[in-house]
Design a protein around this ligand. Sequence first.
Ligand code: OW4
Length: 409
Amino acid sequence: MTSGIPKSDPALVPPPGLPILDLDPFDYAYFDNPYPHHAIMREAAPLFWLSRYNCIGTGRYDLVVEVLKDWERFTSARGVGLVDYAKDERFRPQSMILEADPPVHTRTRSAMMKVLSPRVMRGLRKHFENVADELIDELLDREVFDGIPDLAERFPLTVFPDSLGMKREGRENLLPVGDLVFNSFGPENEIFLKSKPLAEKGFAWLEMQCRRENLAPTGFGKAMFDLVDEGHLVEREGEVMVRAMLMAGVDTTVNGIGGGIYSLAKAPDQYAKLAENPDLARDAFEEAVRWISPAQAFFRTVSQDTELAGVHLAEGTKIFLVLSSANRDPRKWENPDRYDITRKAIGHVGFGHGIHMCVGQNLARLEGEIILATIARKAKSLELIGPAKLRYNNTLRGFASLPLRIKAK
Ligand code: OW4
């Protein structure tokens, strides 16, 4: 395994006139309270230069959307992290969906859409609801528990690998591998380095789990290899796509569900509204994805000299897109810092935008909706009874611990 670190390129100098920001959007202080930093990034100018990483960035909603829409000028194929695959070492074998442009991306994305289609999602609902029912009943008996290991991790770690059809042994590697992969989109800082040893053996294990002989005769894995058998993908592509599901589908949903629970626990008026009408669970989850932005930021790379917001950008410039800031940009959102489950959160960029917009979004929504609806149906209160502890990750925002109390209706 290699560990890419961006080698600063002397050719990449700040375009004239851009505000130069010295802040580090990957350090502990930033993660402890990113919101004032978002405001600095948004208010400095449409685009800014990050002096520590020699890249352009934007925290404005309209520009984040403009860049994400334009995959030709702003490529994903050179990596969606700080590292430029054209110049630096790749941290892992390149993804054929996340780190690809059309036409490769068109084919792999279409395979993934088939595997995760709305029809497949509908088929999972009943089983997910049964698992959630049992889990929430157990937590109601306990009353006091930790919302992260006991709920936000436990639910996806039960339903997702089972739906994929993966073996039971070794599943404890899923979270550490995801943690490292999402750290690898940022710099090789202490947060990245600390996550490395925990995931080292998980990488080899994960590669093995993606082979057809290690997958159950039903599930997303099998469905992907059916597409191989039908000639849409070659065998190795099938494996790489199963790997993408395993790397992208666990830590993200854990942080999404954890974020949803945190949002509701911090806003008792919103929880009361949801408890009264559990049908709002899907909206409550969507609004949490906006408000928390579990996936905080991704990069694109300028594929040819171009202009953006009146600024000349040189080929090879990395652009840091702060999704979490865009999701609270007051130019787009009214009262953006308020978690409001009746808000029309549609259009948020918590799942991204454009051709790379989260391909697992309907699975994430299914999981999030079911957990929040099940709590809302059964619990009259959801209280945070101790300090929420952050889990630091270069890309993902979420918690390590959420001490909670829930009381049965
Ligand atoms: C967010 C994501 C995350 C990690 C891995 C991959 C995709 C992949 N998407 O495609 O391998």
